[in-house]
Unconditional design. Structure first.
Length: 230
C-alpha cells in the first residue's frame, strides 16, 4: 500500500513550532534545520518529517520512537530493519510525503512558474522535448516530465550519479540499469505538478491521499518524540 500525505506551509506560530521541533528532534536533525537561511526551508523540512511520522504511526501502526533512520552511501534516508520505504518533497508552500510498504518509492512536486523550457533542453531527449512542444500546455508538460524524472531518480536512490538525460520517459515509465520504474501523476493542487515513481505499477486502489492541516500536524509534532527517528 502507498500513502501520500501533504500539507501547506504557513508562517503561523513559528516560534512555538521551532521550539517543539528543537525539543522533540535529534541534535543532528536540529543542526541540519538550523543551517537553512530561510524559515520557509527549515519549516518545510520539519513538516516533511512530521508527515512521515504521522503516516507511519496512523497508517502503518509503527512505534516511531523505536525506528532508527540511517543513510545510504548516496545519502538517501532509510529505516533500519524495516520494509517500509519513504520519500519527501516540497516546493514553495506544498510539502508531500510518500510512504510505501511494497518497495522503493520516489516523489517530486514543483510549483508551476514561467520559464523557457529550452534552457533545460540538455536534461531531456528529443522525444521528450517534442512531446512538450506538441502538448496543449507546454509549461505543464515540462513540469510533468521534470517531476517524473526527479521522482525516478529519487526512487532509485543514486542521486546526482544519474543525469536526467541518461534515461527517457515513455508511456509513464522509464528504465535505469535494467530496472523499470512506473509513474503516476498525483493531482493535489492545480498550481503544482506532482509525480510518484515505484518499481510496481501504481493503481488507484493501492494509493491513498491524505491532506493534513498545519494545526493538526503541529499538534502531532509537539506530542511525539522523534530523537531516534530523525
Amino acid at each position: 500500500m502507498i500513502h501520500v500525505l501533504f500539507t501547506y506551509l504557513t508562517s503561523e506560530n513559528n516560534d512555538e513550532f521551532f521550539a517543539n521541533a528543537h525539543h522533540n528532534f535529534s541534535e543532528d536533525f536540529n543542526k541540519k534545520v538550523s543551517k537553512y537561511k530561510r524559515w520557509q526551508d527549515a519549516k518545510s523540512t520539519v513538516l516533511g518529517r512530521l508527515l512521515l511520522g504521522y503516516g507511519l504511526k496512523h497508517f502503518y501502526k509503527q512505534d516511531i520512537e523505536n525506528l532508527k533512520m540511517n543513510f545510504s552511501k548516496d545519502k538517501k534516508p532509510f529505516f533500519e530493519n524495516s520494509s517500509i520505504h519513504f520519500n519527501i518533497s516540497h516546493s514553495k508552500e506544498l510539502i508531500v510525503c510518500a510512504i510505501s510498504s511494497t518497495g522503493t518509492i520516489g516523489i517530486d512536486v514543483e510549483k508551476i512558474s514561467d520559464l523557457n523550457i529550452e534552457d533545460f533542453r540538455e536534461q531531456f531527449s528529443e522525444n521528450e522535448i517534442g512531446r512538450m512542444h506538441n502538448s496543449s500546455n507546454t509549461l505543464k508538460s515540462f513540469y510533468n516530465h521534470w517531476t517524473q524524472k526527479e521522482a525516478i531518480v529519487k526512487a532509485n536512490g543514486s542521486g546526482l550519479h544519474i543525469p536526467l538525460n541518461s534515461f527517457e520517459i515513455n508511456s509513464q515509465q522509464a528504465t535505469i540499469a535494467d530496472q523499470c520504474y512506473y509513474l503516476k501523476e498525483i493531482h493535489l493542487n492545480p498550481q503544482y505538478i506532482c509525480n510518484v515513481a515505484t518499481q510496481n505499477i501504481i493503481s488507484d486502489n493501492v494509493m491513498t491521499l491524505t491532506s493534513l492541516n498545519t494545526e493538526l500536524i503541529t499538534d502531532f509534532g509537539s506530542c511525539n518524540n522523534f530523537k531516534s527517528f530523525c
